[in-house]
Design a protein around this ligand. Structure first.
Ligand code: SF4
Length: 102
């Protein structure tokens, strides 16, 4: 699986393009620049199942921007991939839990 689903907006001459956070250059000052996943194969962040997701989750556990990444994924309703140590299923669970608290 490629990293096409892990996207953040990136202004370009053609309008808004999307790039993998794993492919963003280091001369920017965005939170994903310091993510532990930076430079890794983005494919591991798009696992086929929960067992495969453990590799990505292990990386996220070491990441200094884990909470920010998770907040981003929740805010933008990211549909695929592991973000902030959470799979799509984990994120749906978090959203349900937050709704119950409201
Ligand atoms: S929390 Fe995980 S997916 Fe998010 S930036 Fe860090 S290592 Fe990457």
């Amino acid at each position: 699986m490629d990293g096409g689903g892990r996207r953040l907006p990136n202004a370009s001459a053609e309008g808004v393009a999307y790039v993998s956070i794993h492919q963003i250059r280091s001369d920017t000052d965005k939170w994903w620049d310091v993510g532990a996943c930076r430079g890794l194969d983005s494919g591991i962040f798009y696992p086929d199942d929960d067992v495969e997701a453990q590799a990505a989750k292990s990386v996220c556990e070491t990441c200094v921007v884990k909470q920010t990444c998770l907040d981003h994924a929740l805010s933008f309703r990211e549909k695929a991939g592991v973000w902030g140590g959470a799979t799509e299923r984990d994120r749906r669970r978090i959203i349900r839990q937050r709704r119950r608290k409201d």
